[in-house]
Design a protein around this ligand. Structure first.
Ligand SMILES: Nc1nc(=O)c2c([nH]1)NC[C@@H]1CN(c3ccc(C(=O)N[C@@H](CCC(=O)O)C(=O)O)cc3)CN21
Ligand SMILES: CC(C)C(=O)C(=O)O
Ligand SMILES: [Mg+2]
Length: 284
C-alpha cells in the first residue's frame, strides 16, 4: 500500500487523444524486469489475465484471482516509467454488480498504483463502466472475443463473421464508449468489423487479431517474443525466438556444470589474503 500516484508519462486522457493518430503501441507485461524492458517502446503495458495461461499454466483465464492480478500489477508498476499501466479485472471480480466491480477495481488501483483497469463485456457492462468512471476509475473496455466467456461461447474462434453478430459487437463498442471507457480492446474480429468499430467510436480501438484498421495494437508479449508456444493464434507474429535462446543457454550451463568448467575461478569467493609475517609485538 505504498504506491505513490504516478505524475509523469502517459495518462488516460493523453492516450484517448491519440485516436486516429500514430498507432498506439501496447504489450502485456507481468513482471518488473519485463516492464523495464518494454516501457521505453510502449504507450501502454497491460497486466493481462492471460498471465494465468502464460505464466501459471492454467487451462484458461477463468481461475485467475484478484490476488494474482494485484501482485503482478504492483510488479509492473514498479518497472514502468512512462507507459500507461492497465490491469485486467479477473473473472468473477466485476460481473456481479457495479458495487462489486468498484470495490475490486479500487483495490487494484490502490494496491498496485495502476492508471486504469480493463474488463470484458460490451453493452452488458455499460452500467458498470459508467459507475466506475464516474467514481474515479478509468476503464479500458474489451469486446469481441472475450476469453473469460470461453465456457459460455465455447471457444476462441473469430467473432463477427456473420452480420447479426457483427452488429451486436458494433453496438457493444458504441455502448462502452458512451459509458465512458477511455479506449476499447477489440479482440478476434474480422477486418471489416474492426474498421466499422474504429470509424464509429470516438475512443481509440486497440486491436488483437482485429487488423491494422484499429487505432493501436496489443499482443501477449510472450507470444510476440516466442516464449509461449502452447498455442499460437493466427494473429500472433513472432518477433523473436526467445525459447531457442533460453534453450541454448540452459544447455550450455548444463554442459559446463557437468564438465566442472562452471563455476570458474572468477566466480568463486576466496579466503582473506595471508597476513604479513609478524614484526613482533601484539597487533593494535
Ligand atoms: N498466450 C496467450 N495469448 C493470447 O492472445 C491469449 C492468451 N494467452 N490467453 C487469453 C486469451 C486467449 N486467447 C486466445 C486463445 C486461443 C486462440 C486460438 O486458438 N485461436 C485459433 C482459432 C481457434 C478456433 O477457431 O476455435 C486461431 O487459429 O487463431 C485465440 C485467442 C487470446 N488470449
Ligand atoms: C490480450 C489482452 C488484450 C488481454 O486481455 C490479456 O492479455 O489478458
Ligand atoms: Mg485479458
Amino acid at each position: 500500500m505504498s504506491q505513490v500516484a504516478r505524475t509523469r508519462g502517459m495518462t488516460v486522457a493523453a492516450f484517448g487523444r491519440r485516436k486516429g493518430g500514430s498507432p498506439l503501441v501496447c504489450l502485456t507485461a507481468y513482471t518488473t524486469p519485463m516492464a523495464r524492458l518494454l516501457d521505453p517502446h510502449c504507450d501502454m503495458l497491460l497486466v493481462g489475465d492471460s498471465l494465468g495461461m502464460v505464466i501459471y499454466g492454467l487451462p484458461s483465464t477463468v481461475p485467475v484471482t484478484l490476488e494474482m492480478m494485484i501482485a503482478h500489477g504492483a510488479a509492473v508498476v514498479r518497472g514502468a516509467a512512462s507507459a500507461l499501466v492497465v490491469v485486467d479485472m479477473p473473472f468473477g471480480s466485476y460481473q456481479e454488480s457495479p458495487a462489486q466491480a468498484f470495490r475490486n477495481a479500487a483495490r487494484l488501483m490502490a494496491e498496485t498504483g495502476c492508471a486504469a483497469v480493463k474488463l470484458e463485456g460490451g453493452a452488458v457492462m455499460a452500467e458498470t463502466i459508467a459507475f466506475l468512471v464516474t467514481r474515479g476509475v478509468p476503464v479500458l473496455a474489451h469486446i469481441g472475443l472475450q476469453p473469460q466467456s470461453v465456457n459460455t461461447y465455447g471457444g476462441y474462434g473469430a467473432r463477427g463473421k456473420v452480420e447479426d453478430e457483427a452488429e451486436r459487437i458494433l453496438a457493444d463498442a458504441r455502448a462502452v464508449a458512451e459509458a465512458g471507457a477511455f479506449a476499447v480492446v477489440v479482440e478476434g474480429v474480422v477486418e471489416p468489423l474492426a474498421q466499422r468499430i474504429t470509424d464509429a467510436v470516438p475512443i481509440p480501438t486497440i486491436g488483437i487479431g482485429a487488423s491494422a484498421a484499429c487505432d493501436g495494437q496489443i499482443l501477449v508479449s510472450d507470444d510476440a517474443f516466442g516464449i509461449f508456444a502452447d498455442f499460437t493464434p493466427r494473429f500472433v507474429k513472432r518477433f523473436a525466438d526467445l525459447a531457442s535462446v533460453i534453450d541454448a543457454a540452459a544447455k550450455a550451463y548444463a554442459e559446463e556444470v557437468r564438465a566442472r568448467r562452471f563455476p570458474g575461478k572468477e566466480h568463486v569467493y576466496q579466503p582473506a589474503a595471508a597476513p604479513a609475517a609478524p614484526q613482533g609485538g601484539a597487533p593494535a
